[in-house]
Design a protein around this ligand. Structure first.
Ligand SMILES: Cc1ncc(COP(=O)(O)O)c(C=O)c1O
Length: 369
């Protein structure tokens, strides 16, 4: 018997589209019957998790009958020491993703507008739609650079939140310190600015800013950070926001008491101090990026210079076919269609062997035409 669903859902849900994650390794393994899958689709750390984090996790397993610290005190103290700020200027979340919905729940009314750049990370739109508010998209400029005038021109009396992702996922382009400063000075002071700096540690440009200097200077900015990328803890889920104490106090009101699990808290605290893992990760990313650039140049494939741990590369009309052929060979990357970039693939920077296998596969696929 077919059941109709009689309970009306919130109107806001009509605009919600589910997050589109990278295909999981197990699923492709099952589909292809392959044991060796290369996943370069979710900007994960190719070296694995921070070894210091693994150590403390192993030591803490027998405490799992205890609830986690609802206030994440130790981790916030470690973050305060790390960034020379106060513990009260931090909120820890179940990944950076949760911070985005927490901000939306704290600040958005239905009549509000949220400015997002396009293409960018999809979760800002998710948070906005969750609250029934309106997304205002501002396209990036030529070469996917941020267009500060277009951003400012998009502001209306209804704008409550501006989301800036730098380095930007999926383009790898970034907002310069000067442009962020210009935008912050031009904005009405009742607009919250999210500077999503999930990939900040990979950025090497001297005019890049992770936004914290503007938090310290008292601008209405919240900086998003994550332990998923540099520290390799994506599976544990830990991220955080850094902002003024008063801003953080408001966001804390909407968070679930135990939003960050116990293992994530201790692992993140240890990973923050794991300088060797951080150093190796950055070195691997730097070398891998050059290896990818070199291969793309050889194959005549245009790519966008990236400040992140991924590269957006243009295949033109063949992009979807290349994506599917890579998948058939057990290599998972991201097809750009989800960002309205049907001619592009976004490829996470893996380790040397993964990149060699990828670029060899691309060369084979293109040669077969
Ligand atoms: C730009 C950006 N921000 C935030 C996140 C959230 O990361 P997490 O929820 O794993 O901390 C991601 C993850 O891919 C991202 O690409």
């Amino acid at each position: 018997m077919k059941h109709s669903f009689p309970i009306p859902v919130r109107g806001a849900l009509r605009n919600l589209s589910p997050y589109s994650p990278g295909k999981p390794i197990w699923e492709l393994q099952q589909e292809l019957g392959l044991s060796n899958i290369i996943k370069l689709a979710s900007n994960e750390n190719p070296l694995g998790p921070s070894p210091k984090a693994l150590e403390v996790v192993a030591q803490s397993l027998s405490d799992l009958h205890r609830y986690p610290d609802a206030s994440t005190v130790r981790l916030r103290q470690a973050l305060a020491a790390h960034h020379q700020m106060t513990p009260e200027q931090f909120i820890v979340s179940n990944g950076g993703d949760e911070l985005i919905t927490l901000i939306a729940k704290t600040f958005l009314e239905q009549e509000d507008e949220v400015i997002v750049c396009s293409p960018s990370f999809s979760e800002y739109e998710f948070g906005t739609h969750l609250m029934g508010a309106t997304v205002v998209q501002v396209p990036l400029g030529p070469s996917f650079k941020f267009d500060r005038e277009a951003i400012i021109n998009a502001v209306t009396a209804r704008t409550r939140w501006l989301c800036l992702c730098s380095p930007n996922n999926p383009t790898g382009t970034y907002l310069t310190r000067k442009d962020l400063h210009y935008i912050l000075d031009a904005l009405p002071k009742d607009i919250l600015v999210l500077l999503d700096a999930a990939y900040s540690q990979f950025a090497t440009a001297s005019d890049y800013t992770d936004g914290l200097e503007f938090v310290r200077a008292g601008y209405p900015v919240i900086v998003l950070q994550t332990f998923s990328k540099l520290h390799g803890l994506a599976g544990l889920r830990a991220g955080y926001g850094a902002a003024s104490e008063t801003l953080i106090q408001q966001i804390v009101k909407v968070k679930e008491p135990f939003n960050v699990n116990a293992l994530a808290q201790i692992a993140a605290t240890a990973a923050l101090r794991d300088n060797e893992h951080i150093r190796l990760t950055l070195e691997t990313n730097r070398e891998g990026k050059l290896q990818l650039y070199h291969a793309f140049q050889k194959m005549g494939l245009p790519y966008v210079e990236s400040m992140g741990n991924f590269v957006l590369v243009e295949f033109g009309a063949e992009a979807k076919g290349v994506y599917e052929s890579l998948m058939a060979r057990g290599i998972i990357v991201r097809y750009g269609e989800i960002w309205n970039l049907p001619r592009h693939l976004r490829i996470s920077i893996g380790n040397r062997e993964e990149i060699s296998a990828l670029t060899q596969a691309i060369a084979d696929i293109l040669a077969c035409g």
